[in-house]
Design a protein around this ligand. Structure first.
Ligand SMILES: Cc1cc2nc3c(=O)[nH]c(=O)nc-3n(C[C@H](O)[C@H](O)[C@H](O)COP(=O)(O)OP(=O)(O)OC[C@H]3O[C@@H](n4cnc5c(N)ncnc54)[C@H](O)[C@@H]3O)c2cc1C
Length: 409
């Protein structure tokens, strides 16, 4: 009989659940996952959930590719098709954006992902509500899309449970148990102590405050991500592709017959991780709580790009928390003896989820990893200035700038 590694996962968001799926289905680990609320109801439930394959590095692209592959498998296995694969256009106006497009096209080719080049007339045919310049060019990924993040999280959970994982909700982890510098388990809020060979911290934006109790400084900060959804628009259809427009720092996708759009602020709102309440939906950033300043900053550009916004009503506004790192890449891997972390997804945790599940599972089980893990190592910011300390306001501001500069999905 295989001697299974006992793994405790803290947090039942999309990352904790994806890791549980990979570990438990490997047959080499027995997972116990503790979630203090409901599964997938934290920041996972706030995502716009663009699953764009074009990424700033080949390793990141491979991570997203893994998510698309696993999502199809889960949809078939549980007979629950839920992803909207209507494609994605990356629209370039400037030379540097065209060069970036070329790199994306090569990346896609390496992964055997289909792409096509589109001129402005073809862009207009696919997205009649988008006003692009005559010299605009798009790299089109016909198989990209978005997916309800809550449902994806539930399918990871179903798969992990079916393989024997124990996934326990309404059960908070209050602290880690450490003996002589080695972490040996976790204490639950009920007082019970659970022994573990390995512990995975996948507690979303709350991870930084929890880790800081053990002098583990996670190089990330809770930064605002936000988007708006219009009322019903006759020109918008659910099967239209998403559009990423780096020159405008904006993205658009249909939400049924409404239009969902987001912008990257030049001045980001950032919070102290210790100030986050357990119920993330009750949290408001201190500045620009309703997003009006950000919208005002981008309004002219947005209207020029998408003239229907002139008359559309903004039916919904969602302001949520994303965990940003200085280089906008996640923090994945070992942070102490027997302790691993999976967080800091910088607005891409849904897209990266299966890739992260696979990578963490391989690291915990001490197997060769399917992508080079160094790029995501939590130790990569050692020695940086300002020091990578999530409890320092200077460092948090630095992370906020990573969001302002982000141009991929
Ligand atoms: C507005 C917005 C738009 C976004 N758009 C996209 C997008 O288009 N594409 C994309 O890929 N990503 C997007 N994201 C990012 C994505 O939502 C996150 O990267 C992802 O959900 C992070 O998942 P997580 O599992 O780390 O965190 P969470 O979902 O927050 O899960 C962490 C869980 O840990 C639990 N927890 C915390 N502390 C404890 C404890 N002590 N004991 C037990 N449980 C605990 C919490 O209750 C929570 O359920 C967006 C985010 C926002 C806010």
């Amino acid at each position: 009989m295989v001697n299974k590694q006992q793994v405790v996962i803290i947090g039942g968001g999309i990352l904790g659940l994806a890791i549980a799926h990979y570990l438990q289905t490997s047959g080499q680990a027995q997972v116990q996952l503790f979630e203090r609320g409901e599964l997938g109801a934290g920041t996972t439930s706030q995502a716009a959930a663009l699953l764009t394959r074009a990424r700033s590095s080949d390793n990141s692209a491979s991570m997203v590719h893994e998510t698309h592959t696993v999502m199809r498998t889960l949809e078939q296995r549980f007979n629950m098709p839920f992803a909207q694969r209507s494609g994605c256009l990356h629209i370039a106006v400037h030379d540097d954006e065209r060069q970036q497009q070329q790199r994306y096209a090569q990346q896609a080719q390496q992964l055997d992902v289909a792409t096509q080049w589109l001129d402005s007339a073809a862009i207009r045919r696919l997205l009649p509500w988008l006003a692009v310049n005559a010299d605009s060019r798009a790299l089109y990924y016909p198989d990209d899309g978005h997916a309800d993040p809550y449902t994806l999280a539930q399918l990871y959970a179903r798969s992990a449970r079916a393989a024997g994982a124990q996934i326990i909700t309404h059960c908070a982890v209050s602290r880690l148990e450490s003996q002589g510098g080695v972490f040996t388990g976790v204490h639950l809020a009920s007082g019970e102590c659970i022994r573990a060979d390995s512990i995975v911290l996948a507690a979303g934006p709350w991870s930084a405050a929890l880790a800081s109790d053990y002098d583990i400084a996670l190089a990330m900060a809770p930064v605002r991500s936000h988007y708006w959804i219009t009322n019903h628009q006759p020109q918008v259809r659910a099967d239209q592709p998403m559009a990423i427009i780096p020159s405008a720092k904006a993205y658009f996708r249909s939400e049924h017959s409404a239009l969902l759009f987001g912008v990257r602020d030049s001045q980001c709102c950032v919070a102290d991780p210790r100030a986050l309440p357990d119920d993330i939906h009750s949290f408001h950033f201190a500045d620009d709580a309703n997003g009006w300043l950000a919208l005002e900053e981008h309004w002219q550009t947005l209207q020029a790009l998408c003239p229907l916004l002139e008359s559309a009503q903004l039916a919904h506004y969602l302001s949520g928390v994303s965990s940003y790192t200085p280089d906008a890449k996640p923090l994945l891997g070992r942070v102490g003896e027997n302790v691993f972390v999976a967080t800091g997804c910088s607005g891409a945790g849904i897209a990266f989820s299966a890739g992260i599940g696979r990578l963490l599972s391989e690291q915990i089980l001490d197997k060769p990893t399917f992508v080079a893990a160094d790029e995501f190592s939590p130790a990569r910011f050692a020695g940086m200035q300002p020091a990578a300390d999530p409890l320092s306001a200077d460092f948090r501001q630095y992370c906020a700038h990573a969001r302002s500069g982000k141009s991929t999905g």
